[in-house]
Design a protein around this ligand. Structure first.
Ligand code: ATP
Ligand code: MG
Length: 562
């Protein structure tokens, strides 16, 4: 197999990690690239994980390497099969396929052997300090830590105690196995870190076999080593763990992958931590992990995001060492760009006002030809029913309009999209003075919206035929949080939840073709925005989510980078 990068001269820019990968291939250090995406199955994936997925799977694809999906499942109390399932679904939905699916918990026997090996080498010891005492004796950035009184136990005693820890002789939390490194190290992670803890917890895969569980730091690098990962890519917060990662590989004399850190993704007006997202779900602040306001992959999917737009976004954000907060508008711009190319245009009236055409023959129905997507002629046309009773948007009529209002108004004409010119002749009101109906005439010579003479009609509005309309609930979403940066959320982050993040419009009218679409169907409601059919839809009432509005202030910015 060739190792010449397939993206040579292509569109993927070379970030510093890809440069390292290319150097390692060129120098012969590696003949094949092996990466992994290593989620802990303690929640649903979010858009930050998408960045890591695009990086790990993307590099494997571009350099004819392989990428594993590995669950870092060493923390039994927080992990569930539901998360394992959702993570697989989300990775696939994003458009990637793993070489192998692996679980760090499958390495528990090997990790135990390696722990014994370090004890034998005098590099690990059983410590009786409590978690709190360990924390208190760890020191600070300025002060060295204090050595544990148990640090100099003999190898025999350590082997005996560790075996008995495994066999359940000691209560939870009463003992740990610690690496014997350096309590005075400037790097706090190197001050005799805990390798194993006693924890009677059911594990989603190993069941009740183990009463002791390895810590993340004693698992991650070794898992990478077992899988012969060439480049172990992780976010910046692991930079301080790298010396420990390296120490374990060296002391165990096992294959030593290279850990490389990159900046995690942060996005404005949302939070990017599973712990926080889980709180929102558990406290009912959102309807679930897939609430369309959530930055989770499943939430974005339900909202109407396409995998293409998320991949494009990750490419635009790029890979670097500098952490920042990316503007949500960049994500939305990538989405609009993709939906503009692919989403069929349909007509939907969110806030209906009835229009009666007084000169239309009672009961007559005509079918008008409408273009499905002007950006994509191959998508063809459809026939939409037109009759003497229509719904238009309430906003598209004003009784006393200001200048430059080109929509419907008394005595003036407006064009109905794909239809006719109509003129408002009479405004019908109820006893309270609310407008309940407009009585209009239409000009039969203007079918298709074309003027037969030089008549100027500036405004074009959308509509739906009353007898053909289907009912829908439309959910409009706004930012979930009121401040742009999670760093600005002092105290409880939940105090910054936007109380107006969801607005439900219960009485919307859609063109009839939408009766048969499936959840996940994406389209543009003309003049309003992009929408996606929600799984809550029933035969009686369709439900649509507003994916994103049409406003596009970032289009220019996007083009700059091309
Ligand atoms: P969280 O902090 O949200 O709980 P995590 O880092 O604990 O996330 P993991 O399951 O450990 O989640 O993450 C799996 C992989 O995804 C890791 O390699 C991690 O570095 C990467 N990752 C997590 N969050 C981000 C992010 N915001 N941007 C880029 N990569 C991320
Ligand atoms: Mg983590």
């Amino acid at each position: 197999m060739s190792n010449v990068p397939s993206n040579a001269g292509g569109s993927t820019s070379r970030d510093f990690i890809r440069k390292i990968v290319e150097e390692d291939l060129a120098s012969g250090k590696h003949s094949q690239i092996q990466t992994r995406f290593p989620p802990e199955p303690n929640g649903y994936l979010h858009i930050g994980h998408a960045k890591s997925i695009c990086l790990n799977f993307g590099i494997a694809q571009e350099y004819q390497g392989k990428c594993n999906l590995r669950f870092d499942d060493t923390n039994p109390s927080k992990e569930e099969d539901e998360y394992v399932r959702s993570i697989q679904e989300d990775v696939r939905w994003l458009g990637f396929e793993w070489d192998k699916i692996l679980f760090a918990s499958d390495y528990f026997d090997q990790l135990y052997e390696w722990a014994i090996q370090l004890i034998r080498k005098g590099k690990a010891y059983v410590c009786d300090l409590s978690a709190e005492e360990i924390r208190q004796t760890r020191g600070t950035l300025r002060e060295p830590g204090v050595e544990s009184p148990y640090r100099n136990r003999s190898v025999e005693e350590n082997l005996d105690l560790f075996t008995r820890m495994r066999d359940g002789e000691f209560p939870d939390g009463s003992k740990t196995l610690r690496a014997k490194i350096d309590m005075a190290s400037p790097n706090i992670n190197m001050r005799d870190p805990v390798m194993y803890r006693i924890m009677r917890a059911h594990h989603h895969r190993s069941g009740d076999k183990w009463l002791i569980y390895p810590m993340y730091d004693f698992t991650h690098g070794q898992s990478d080593s077992i899988e012969r990962i060439t480049h172990s890519l992780c976010t910046l917060e692991f930079e301080n763990h790298r010396p420990l990662y390296d120490w374990f590989c060296e002391e165990l004399e096992i294959y030593h992958p290279r850990q490389i850190e990159f900046a995690p993704l942060n996005l404005t007006y949302t939070v990017m931590s599973k712990r926080r997202l889980r709180q929102l779900v558990e406290e009912g602040r959102v309807s679930g992990w897939d609430d369309p306001r959530m930055p989770t992959i499943s939430g974005l999917r339900r909202r109407g995001y396409s995998p293409e737009s998320i991949r494009k976004f990750c490419e635009k954000v790029g890979i670097s060492k500098i952490e920042g907060v990316v503007d949500l508008q960049l994500l939305e711009a990538c989405l609009r760009e993709h939906l503009n190319q692919t989403a069929p245009r349909v007509m939907a009236v969110l806030n209906p006002l009835k229009v009666t055409l007084t000169n239309w023959e009672q009961g007559r129905v005509e079918y008008l030809e409408a273009v499905n997507n002007p950006e994509c002629p191959e998508d063809g046309t459809r026939q939409i029913p037109f009759s003497g009773e229509l719904y238009i948007e309430r906003d598209d009529f004003m009784e006393n309009p200001p200048k430059k209002y080109f929509r419907l108004q008394p005595g003036k004409e407006v064009r109905l999209r794909w239809g006719y010119f109509i003129k408002c002749e009479e405004v019908v009101k109820d006893a309270e003075g609310n407008i309940v109906e407009l009585r209009c005439t239409y000009d039969p010579e203007t079918r298709g919206g074309v003027s037969p003479d030089a008549r100027k009609v500036k405004g074009t509005i959308h509509w739906v035929s009353v007898p053909h309309a289907i009912d829908a609930e439309v959910r409009l979403y706004n930012n979930l949080f009121t401040v742009p940066s999670a760093a600005e959320m002092e105290g409880d982050f939940k105090d910054y939840i936007n109380p107006n993040s969801l607005e439900v419009l219960a009485n919307c009218k859609l063109e009839p073709g939408l009766a048969s679409v499936e959840p996940g169907y994406r389209c543009q409601f003309e003049r309003i925005g992009y929408f996606c059919c929600d799984p809550d839809s029933t035969k009686e009432k369709m439900v649509f989510n507003r994916t994103v509005t049409l406003k596009d202030t970032w289009a220019k910015e996007l083009k700059k980078g091309e």
